[in-house]
Design a protein around this ligand. Sequence first.
Ligand SMILES: Nc1ncnc2c1ncn2[C@@H]1O[C@H](COP(=O)(O)OP(=O)(O)O)[C@@H](O)[C@H]1O
Ligand SMILES: [Mg+2]
Length: 324
Amino acid sequence: MTYSLVDVERWRYSIFRKLNCQDRENALSRALDTLETLLLASINKQISEFSRPAGRGFEAGEPLGGRGAVTTNALLEARGVRKRFGAVEALRGASFSINAGEVVALMGDNGAGKSTLIKTICGVHSPDEGEILFHGQSIAGRTPSEIHGMGIETVYQDLALAPDLDTAANLYLGREVLAKGVLGWFGVLNRKKMAGHAQQVLTDLNVNIKDPAAPVAMLSGGQQQSVAVARAVTWANELVIMDEPTAALGVPQTRAVLDLIRRVRDSGRSVVLISHSLPDVLAVSDRIEVLRLGTRVARLTTKDTTEEQIVGAMTGAFTSEEAE
Ligand SMILES: Nc1ncnc2c1ncn2[C@@H]1O[C@H](COP(=O)(O)OP(=O)(O)O)[C@@H](O)[C@H]1O
Ligand SMILES: [Mg+2]
């Protein structure tokens, strides 16, 4: 028999009503917290194994690059990555690189392979061919949770939030803060601390969530997007990858996300920004790499590049780098 978090919430609510009890700190509530923590742990395990095909396994404790380090100055580099889905070859020898402290925009028409490339970097897909290097060492075929452990966080285009959980729980998914002392040993969560921090990050992002206790499924598309961005930025200590983060946002929230990207860079971290918005890309990126039909066709320095050159690279009218 499996229970979902919605079931737990329902029990909690009905028990409170029966006891006519307003106090969330009572023993019953704690017992339910423990149950919820156990459920969260099992859901997280499933998420981290999510859609990863059985690929090359890595033994725990094996040093990074144990299979031969390759020389590169980039923080992250993808070389000649191929990925096929049945008849569709989404990536045909795609390459990409980003240095420490850089914001690189990854651009390209719909279907160019941008999302597939970043999912391959993040361990959601295994590359059929090619190499992915982080600090010069191979990470191809690692699991998403191993990639998170290296300080890389991703805002996926399809968000990957837990719809039944509230904002704070989503921000802390898989990294729940336990209560101090004995309660913590029993898996009791420190909800106050998580909620306070969640509120702080969202205020920084200019996002006003009227009911922070509501499940994120009840929030608008833009608010959900902001929760996903906040989560990635909170946990990434090396690299944040954002797949179309401003697509669902209004003007003030877009501006807040762009500000946040600058702050992430100022803190020495790197950002890969996938976006169709030329104004956004020109406003925050240091460099632009363009994918077309599954290969990189251009590497541009933003300040030396015109909009015509970017559009030309995306449509195939202009190429500064032949398929490698
Ligand atoms: N899981 C999948 N199964 C089958 N085809 C896929 C899958 N993911 C992506 N594709 C295909 O791969 C190509 C590249 O898609 P995608 O990486 O999403 O492009 P982009 O993000 O640049 O719009 C598209 O033709 C798309 O239909
Ligand atoms: Mg995409």
